[in-house]
Design a protein around this ligand. Structure first.
Ligand code: GTP
Length: 330
C-alpha cells in the first residue's frame, strides 16, 4: 500500500498528519482502505512509508489494522510510485503475485474479480480502470477488446484523451515486475514501468464502474465523506458524532461533525467537514469547507468555497475566507 506521499494538495491538513491518517468520518482513511482489502481476503500488507512514518507506527503499535497484519517499509528518501513498490515488496519478502493499492483511493472495486481477471489472462500486470468525466488530471488507459492495454497516457491535454477510463490506482502484479524497476532511485510506475509493460504487451486492465474516489484533494476529501453520510456506498453513516456539542440555534446541514466538536449558537455548517475537537463560534458560517482538528473559527466568520483550515489553527472573528488555506500559503 502506497502511503508515503507528501499529500501537498491537502495541505495544510497534511502538514501535521499524513494523508492516509486523516479521518474519514470516524476512522483514519487507511483503516477504510485496509478494511476493503480484508473483505477480499487480504491478511498482510506492507506499508510503503516515507512522509511522517511515525504517525502510522504510533497509531498501530501492535502492527494490526482492520484485520490486516502490517509490515513497514520506510524509504529514506521518496522513491516515487514504482520505486516505492519495489522497495516495499522486497522489504516484505514478496516473491509471488501481489496487490498494489494507492492508500488514498476509496473504492468498492471487486478486488476478487480483478485478481481472477489477472490470472485468467495470464498477465504480468493488471490495473483497475474507472470512468471519470474529465480524464485530463489522470493516467488514461485505452484497451483492446480482450483487456490488453494499448497505451498509457499520463495526464492528457484537455479534450485529447482517447478514452475516459483512467488508472484507478489498484494493481495486481507478478513478482517479475519488480525486476523492471531500477533500484535506489525515483521511478514512476505510471510514467516508466507501465509504458514499458505496454510495449511488451504484458499489461491488462479491467473496467469497473464500482464506486471510486481519490480522496487526495479538498473537494474529494469532503465529497468522499458526504457520499458516506448520503448512503451512496451502502447504509448511510452517522454524520454527527455522539460526543459533539451542537448548541441551540445552530444549523448542521449535510455535513460531517466529528468527535468533540463544538458548534455555537447561530452557526451554520453546510456541506462541510469538521475534524475532531474543532470549534465553530456563534453565528459563523462554514460552507463547503474543511476545518482541521482542534481548529477554531471565530464568531461571525464566513468560511466558504473549499477553504481548508489546518489542524489547531484559528480563524479570527468576523472574517470572510473563500477558497483559502489557513495558514495562508500552505
Ligand atoms: P500530492 O502531493 O497531493 O500529489 O499527494 P501524494 O504525495 O499522495 O501523491 P499522489 O496522490 O500522486 O500519490 C499516489 C499514492 O502514492 C499516494 O497513496 C501516495 O501516498 C503514494 N506516494 C506518492 N509518492 C510516493 C513515494 O515516493 N513513496 C511512497 N512510499 N509513496 C508515495
Amino acid at each position: 500500500m502506497l502511503v508515503g506521499g507528501f499529500g501537498t494538495r491537502l495541505q495544510p491538513l497534511t502538514l501535521s498528519t499524513p494523508k492516509q491518517m486523516l479521518p474519514i468520518i470516524d476512522r483514519p482513511m487507511i483503516e477504510r482502505v485496509l478494511g476493503s482489502l480484508n473483505a477480499h481476503g487480504v491478511t498482510d500488507a506492507v506499508l510503503a512509508l516515507g512522509y511522517r512514518p511515525d504517525a502510522f507506527l504510533d497509531a498501530y503499535p501492535d502492527g494490526h489494522c482492520a484485520g490486516v497484519e502490517l509490515h513497514y517499509a520506510v524509504e529514506s528518501e521518496p522513491l516515487d510510485t514504482a520505486g516505492a513498490v519495489r522497495f516495499a515488496a522486497l522489504s516484505g519478502g514478496i516473491d509471488d503475485t501481489f496487490i498494489v493499492v494507492n492508500g488514498d483511493v476509496l473504492t468498492d472495486l471487486d478486488l476478487t474479480e480483478l485478481w481472477n481477471f489477472h490470472k485468467g489472462h495470464d498477465a504480468e500486470g493488471t490495473i483497475a480502470l474507472t470512468p471519470v468525466d474529465d480524464p485530463s488530471r489522470y493516467g488514461v488507459v485505452p484497451t483492446a477488446d480482450d483487456g490488453r492495454v494499448l497505451e498509457f497516457v499520463e495526464k492528457p491535454a484537455p479534450g485529447t484523451a482517447p478514452t475516459n477510463w483512467i488508472n484507478a490506482g489498484t494493481y495486481i502484479l507478478e513478482a517479475s515486475v519488480l525486476d523492471r524497476i531500477a533500484d535506489g532511485r525515483r521511478v514512476s510506475i505510471e510514467r516508466e514501468t507501465f509504458p514499458a509493460m505496454v510495449a511488451e504487451r504484458s499489461l491488462y486492465a479491467l473496467h469497473s464502474d464500482a464506486y471510486w474516489i481519490d480522496a487526495g484533494t479538498p473537494v474529494t476529501y469532503l465529497d468522499s465523506q458526504l457520499d458516506l453520510i448520503d448512503g451512496v456506498r451502502g447504509s448511510a453513516e452517522r454524520a454527527v458524532h455522539e460526543t459533539a456539542t451542537i448548541l441551540q440555534g445552530a444549523v448542521i446541514d449535510h455535513s460531517v461533525v466529528m468527535a468533540g466538536v463544538v458548534v455555537e449558537s447561530g452557526a451554520v455548517i453546510r456541506n462541510s467537514v469538521l475534524l475532531p475537537g474543532s470549534r465553530i463560534g456563534a453565528d459563523a458560517h462554514v460552507l463547503h469547507s474543511v476545518i482541521g482538528a482542534g481548529a477554531e473559527v471565530g464568531a461571525g466568520s464566513e468560511v466558504l468555497d473549499y477553504t481548508v483550515v489546518g489542524n489547531s489553527r484559528d480563524v479570527p472573528a468576523g472574517v470572510r475566507l473563500e477558497g483559502a488555506r489557513v495558514p495562508e500559503g500552505s
